[in-house]
Design a protein around this ligand. Structure first.
Ligand code: LLP
Length: 434
């Protein structure tokens, strides 16, 4: 493809302006337009329409290997597990299962998706603070390797289920260590007051009870203190906290590593994160224990790019509103967590231009994709690219204002394929009964 051959490859960690936030391997063609996974953005927009979520397959695979190999090098008896809530689409499950990762699922829906994608049940870690008996039964019957006990009711339900099915089920106890990472309140989960897990005294009680169980095999403990965490200290503290609970065969250290959404975000690298947790593990955990980690966001965020079309440019009152054909229907991160995103006109991503408010099409003032972002001469019909949208966007997409959820398109080596189609207006009525 001529466009790609002429392209200059830009290193994601480099200082190449806004392009540096796009998936590794992103390039510019001769005219200065973005080329994602070897495919020019204009071709993607023409083929699939907008809004569309473009996913650079190579960069997810590379990330998965960095996690899996990096963990194995530091702690051989280990497994990297993908927290699938970050991108619960069967094509993504398939890809990460192919890379040899375990899969963490929150409830029966994600469990069903993982199985449909061919994930090995033995590598499933089943989470949830409100798992119904039906969901737990599904997990037991499908042979899910690990169920994470969040509360005493999980233990009661599992005892009952296994009393009927027979057999044995491996479980971990989710511990709330009372650690408060510096992140948005809504995605902080390790503090006293979190609805997730058991505080240390209750965790000890659950451990004692499980040790006396005939059917539930206590494999170990689990901890996850929050998401989009940009410093390493809370991860180290979490390992210290679970070490206090005693010696187990398995320690699941959760996920939470933050991603780089803006020029000013500087999350630790995967390797620095792995060093931080395994350094404490080497000091405090049994040498023969198995370590699991469950990254979600940091596995997929940087691989995703949202493509939109500019519908209107409105100036007044000192503001320039650039309104696009998507918004909080396909990206709730801004509304829910005030996440900041950079953006660029996809055909001239200069990193400079007029300071604009990039807004969506939904009937809500909070429907903003970026409160203040420089866009180069934005005009109606331009393509806008928002980088770092691989995590928790597809997962939280919705039909507000009758929005049709966008397609997911994988790009790799100059080829593209839709793995999820765009919803149709008919889809909006699919569940309606006469
Ligand atoms: N393990 C458990 C038990 C979790 O609850 C989570 C995320 C993860 C692993 C993965 O964490 P990550 O590596 O992605 O930070 N909806 C929010 C994020 C919620 C995260 C919930 N738990 C958002 O859109 O930002």
């Amino acid at each position: 493809m001529a466009a790609t051959q002429a392209a200059e490859t830009v290193d994601s960690a480099g200082s190449a302006g806004v392009v540096g936030l796009f998936p590794p391997g992103t390039a510019l063609d001769a005219a200065g337009a973005l080329v994602l996974g070897g495919v020019p953005v204009a071709e993607l927009a023409e083929t699939y329409g907008t809004p569309a979520l473009i996913v650079d397959e190579a960069s997810i695979r590379a990330r998965a290997r960095r996690y899996a190999d990096g963990l194995a090098a530091r702690w051989p008896n280990s497994r990297a597990t993908f927290a699938s809530k970050a991108f619960p689409c069967t094509a993504v499950y398939r890809l990460l299962a192919e890379e040899g990762l375990g899969i963490d699922v929150a409830g029966g829906g994600e469990l069903t998706l993982a199985l449909a994608a061919g994930a090995d049940p033995a590598g499933l870690v089943v989470h949830g603070n409100a798992k119904t008996e039906e969901e737990l039964r599904l997990a037991v019957e499908t042979g899910a390797g690990t169920i994470v006990v969040d509360n005493f009711d999980d233990i009661d339900k599992l005892e009952k289920i296994l009393g009927v099915t027979g057999g044995e089920q491996g479980v971990l106890v989710r511990v709330t260590p009372d650690i408060r990472p510096d992140t948005h309140e809504a995605i902080s989960t390790g503090q006293n007051g979190s609805k997730f897990g058991l505080l240390l005294p209750q965790a000890r009680e659950a451990i004692a009870r499980l040790r006396g169980s005939d059917r539930l095999r206590l494999d170990g403990v689990h901890v996850h203190v929050g998401s989009q965490i940009l410093d390493l200290e809370p991860f180290a503290q979490a390992v210290e906290a679970v070490a206090e609970l005693g010696e187990f065969a398995v320690y699941d250290l959760g996920g939470g590593l933050g991603s780089r959404y803006t020029y000013t975000d500087h999350p630790p690298t995967v390797e620095a994160y792995l060093d931080a947790v395994t350094d404490v593990a080497k000091r405090l955990l049994p040498a023969d224990a198995r370590i699991l980690i469950e990254p979600g966001r940091s596995m997929v965020a940087e691989s995703g790019v949202s493509l939109y079309r500019v519908v209107s440019v409105k100036r007044g009152g000192g503001h320039t509103f650039v309104a696009v054909d998507g918004g909080m229907g396909d990206n709730l991160e801004v509304s829910l967590y005030q996440q900041r995103f950079e953006a660029a006109v996809a055909t001239r991503p200069t990193g400079g231009g007029e300071l604009c408010r990039l807004v969506g099409r939904h009937c809500e003032s909070g429907d903003t994709l970026s409160a203040s972002v420089p866009l180069e001469d934005p005009r109606v019909g331009d393509l806008i690219a928002v980088p770092v949208t691989g995590a928790y966007t597809y997962a939280l997409s919705n039909n507000y204002n009758g929005a049709r959820r966008p397609p997911v398109v994988f790009v790799r080596d100059g080829e593209h394929r839709a793995v999820v189609r765009r919803e149709t207006y008919a889809d909006l009525m699919r569940r309606d009964l006469p």
